[in-house]
Design a protein around this ligand. Structure first.
Ligand code: FES
Length: 185
């Protein structure tokens, strides 16, 4: 388990956000201690662990299962059931293309295919430089503005396939709008 898989720091201080394996292990122990005896504490424990590592390493899942006294298969089943859990390191920018009905019929699949081509990855994969992960969603609640794409917490509406490359370049250059915006053809 590499400390380099930890999330980027959000504290704004001078630290580089990297924790040693010992620190990560100690944090994981604290998380288990905090949630083990709380009703329904397993999912918050997994969420907090994912926030710590940036994803859920298999070793962490095993340790949480042991800490909660549950079979590994049960905890692994929970992790794979919920789409917000990630079993592999995600990129800095998580692109989620909606393939709900409204988005699908308005070109969502073509948008997804163009992201695949532009990033040279498939759904569920992360670019080698860890900048982008590509995922699909099933309705983000903005069907009237389909097709819709989310990049981290930012919603992009009416995304035209022809603008996919431009959107990726904007994100890379750090000029993508921080708030909801429309990408019109
Ligand atoms: S189907 Fe895509 S936002 Fe609803």
């Amino acid at each position: 388990m590499s400390a380099s898989n930890g999330p980027a720091p959000a504290c704004g201080c001078a630290c580089d956000g990297q924790l040693s394996e010992e620190e990560l292990s100690a944090h994981l122990g604290d998380i288990i201690d905090e949630y083990r005896d709380k009703p329904g504490g397993l999912i918050p424990a997994l969420q907090t662990t994912q926030a710590l590592f940036g994803y859920l390493p298999q070793a962490a899942i095993g340790r949480i299962a042991a800490g909660f006294g549950k079979p590994l298969s049960e905890v692994a089943g929970i992790v794979t059931f919920y789409s917000f859990f990630a079993l592999h390191p995600r990129g800095k920018h998580v692109i989620r293309v909606c393939l709900g009905t409204a988005c699908y019929v308005r070109g969502g699949q073509q948008v997804l295919d163009d992201f695949k081509k532009k990033l040279a990855i498939d759904v569920g994969e992360t670019t080698p430089d860890r900048q982008f992960s590509l995922e699909v969603g099933r309705c983000f609640g903005a069907c009237g503005m389909a097709p819709v794409v989310m990049v981290n917490q930012t919603v992009y509406q009416r995304v035209k396939p022809a603008r996919v490359g431009e959107l990726v370049n904007q994100i890379v250059s750090g000029t993508a709008a921080a708030e909801e915006e429309q990408v019109n053809g």
